[in-house]
Design a protein around this ligand. Structure first.
Ligand code: RP5
Length: 165
């Protein structure tokens, strides 16, 4: 197994339903990742150790998904200077608006890059990690360009239904 280039962390195993979309994007591009459920408030010491260990192994960025008072991404960013991409998980009472605001409103100095709530945000965080890694990997850059072309081709080929008279 190659060393993980991306660490995917989520506050609860219940977040995997969403965060699997980050893992899927990385897997589809052949990018090695490690995914863990670790919580900023339930397992803070374990989380800190994992961030340190993965950074020491050569990880290039982290993706953090959490719901509610979602401080996970900010806590990861407090511990590393590697880029941290944040995915707001849809929450039961506020549908993820709480998660989004918790992540996007990081105070000045410790940034996290916040993506859309839910599946699309998780997939895009994975794709964004691929784009960052592609800056130093021409093979990956080629795969990313091909992925974009496939999407563009699908839009070009789309046929809209005829109206019935
Ligand atoms: C957060 O609280 C997790 O990220 C999760 O989205 C939310 C609820 O956690 P569970 O009660 O589902 O474990 O820490």
């Amino acid at each position: 197994m190659s060393k993980p280039l991306v660490g995917i962390v989520m506050g609860s195993s219940n977040d995997w339903e969403i965060m699997q979309h980050s893992a899927r994007a990385l897997k589809d591009f052949g990018v090695a990742y490690e995914a863990r459920a670790l919580s900023a408030h339930r397992t803070p010491d374990l989380l800190m150790k994992w961030v340190d260990d993965l950074s020491a192994q050569g990880a290039r960025c982290f993706i953090a998904g959490a719901g509610g008072a979602a401080h996970l991404a900010g806590v990861v960013a407090a511990k590393t200077t590697l880029p941290v991409l944040a995915v707001p998980i849809p929450s039961r009472h506020l549908q993820g608006l709480d998660s989004l605001l918790s992540m996007v409103q990081m105070p000045k100095g410790i940034p996290v890059a916040t993506f859309a709530i839910g599946d699309a945000g998780a997939a895009n965080a994975g794709l964004f990690a691929v784009a960052m890694l592609a800056l130093a990997d021409p093979g990956l850059a080629k795969k990313l360009a091909a992925f974009r072309k496939k999407q563009a081709d699908a839009v070009r080929a789309a046929k809209l239904p005829e109206l019935e008279s």
